[in-house]
Design a protein around this ligand. Structure first.
Ligand code: PLP
Length: 467
């Protein structure tokens, strides 16, 4: 097979040399990459100069869009002053100290200390190891199991992939590890029963959770990880009363709650934290992505006083907290994160999301809810999804082999949109938070055209939806 790319083009060299994350590696040898060359605002441009609106802010992360001179200058200044130092054995530096203080000040519930890592996955692995360490400190070595949720996403390092609840992250990787268990996905659209209200469904989710805890033995369960809105699992917005129903169950059995705010943090849902939008009171909070506008890699784990005291006591007994990355709190990403948080405050990013978010949600529903290919439109703030179905009345998705979502992504590209298709052909929207109403209109106009092209293609393939 000869790839249709000119020899020595960027595409041909990509095919020859790059092993891509989250890609069908074999198909890629034929299809090749989409090479992105530059970005500005909510838009990116490929190496042929074609313009696209980035509907998912890259990977749910470039909240301020794809250029920002202040962030460039923050990095340059820090590179000149102190381009590297670490935090091992009590060493420190101003960016790490300032950023930790800023995060503690902004936390949704009282938090005690911040640990830095480089990615969401590393931060979640760190949280899991902290939870194990703390339970050893508390003298309960048997209380170690971690609960995740079906369709939850917490990353791909070995422990984070184990708490993730998605088949593609488990299959052929020999995870989840023993001791990781999963409870019901809170999707009212798929799991809600005939005649059940959202609140009743939430109560049922809590009952299912407690059944799982009792079956495993509460003395064996250490923590539960929750995204306020499940992002990469297809943008699952919790049903009304969900966290109010499950948190008492966790408290009753002394199970820690970890809020994975990697997507929801920093304004995405219309509050600074998703925890505030949905009433989570976590013991540990994990954030990344928009923390630095993703211009440089950095993530953070915040722990409350109770958890910190356990870590402190055990580390004192052992002589060190034997965990940390060379780049934990790296001064350059930390400086960029500090500047990012300052910008969020100055431009009132949360206020902006509260202003344009409802418009985005209304328009998404108004334009697409009744489309024959659309089963559900859902979302909150500036995160949303359009789920494609084969049978609208039966809420039945297309067979995955038909690759209906990926087909729509291709149509989107032609119409100048970078789209993200997820499980059950859910097309996610998580644009840069600075998006304007006019840009939302433009994005949804293009999406409408792509959806019509998909409908034509499906009709042509004689797999039109059941009306
Ligand atoms: C909620 C959540 N947690 C963790 C991660 C993993 O982050 P990373 O890809 O930086 O390891 C992601 C990535 O999308 C995420 O959405």
């Amino acid at each position: 097979m000869t790839p249709p790319h000119a020899a020595n083009s960027a595409a041909a060299r990509d095919i020859a040399n790059v092993l891509h994350p989250y890609t069908d590696l074999q198909a890629h040898q034929e299809t090749g990459p989409l090479v992105i060359a530059r970005g500005k605002g909510v838009r990116v441009y490929d190496d042929a100069g074609k313009e696209y609106i980035e509907t998912v802010a890259g990977l749910w992360c470039a909240a301020l869009g794809f250029d920002n001179e202040r962030l460039v200058q923050a990095a340059v200044k820090q590179m000149r002053e102190l381009p590297f130092y670490h935090g091992f054995t009590g060493r420190s530096h101003a960016p790490m100290i300032d950023l930790a203080e800023m995060l503690i000040q902004r936390a949704p519930v009282p938090m005690s200390k911040v640990f830095f890592a480089n990615s969401g996955s590393e931060a979640n692995d760190t949280a899991i190891k902290m939870i194990w360490y703390a339970n050893n400190a508390w003298g309960r070595p048997g209380k170690k199991k971690i609960i995740g949720r079906v369709r939850g996403y917490h990353g791909i390092t070995v422990a984070a992939a184990s708490v993730t609840g998605q088949a593609a992250n488990h299959k052929a990787f020999d995870v989840p590890l023993p001791g990781f268990i999963h409870t019901l996905c809170p999707t009212f659209y798929h799991e809600g029963r005939e005649g059940e209200t959202e609140e009743q469904f939430s109560a049922r989710c809590a009952e299912e959770l407690e059944k799982l805890i009792l079956a495993e033995g509460p003395e064996t369960i250490a923590a539960m990880f929750c995204e306020p809105v499940q992002g990469a699992g297809g943008v699952v917005v919790p049903p009304r009363g969900y966290f109010q129903a499950i948190q008492p169950v966790l408290r009753k059995h002394d199970i820690l709650l970890v809020a994975d705010e990697v997507i929801c943090g920093f304004g995405r849902t219309g509050n600074y934290w998703g925890s505030q939008t949905f009433g989570l009171e976590p013991d540990i909070l994990v954030c990344a992505k928009a923390l630095s506008n993703s211009f440089l890699p950095i993530s953070a784990v915040m722990v409350n006083q109770r958890v910190f005291e356990a870590l402190a006591a055990k580390s004192h007994e052992i002589g060190t907290f034997g965990h940390g990355f060379t780049y934990s709190g790296h001064p350059v990403p930390a400086a960029v994160a500090i500047e990012t948080l300052k910008i969020y405050d100055e431009i009132d990013i949360v206020g902006h999301v509260r202003e344009v978010g409802p418009y985005f949600q209304d328009e998404l529903r108004r334009r697409f809810r009744d489309h024959p290919l659309v089963g559900e439109v859902r979302g909150v703030g500036l995160i949303g999804a359009v789920e494609l179905v084969e049978d609208k009345a039966a809420r039945r998705n297309f067979p995955p082999a038909r690759k209906v979502g990926p087909k729509l992504v291709k149509h989107g590209e032609r119409h100048g949109l970078i789209l993200r298709s997820m499980v059950l052909d859910s097309i996610g929207f998580s644009p840069p938070l600075v998006i304007t109403r006019a840009e939302i209109d433009e994005m949804l106009d293009r999406f409408a055209r792509a959806l019509e092209d998909l409908a034509v293609q499906l009709r042509r393939e004689a797999i039109a939806p059941v009306a």
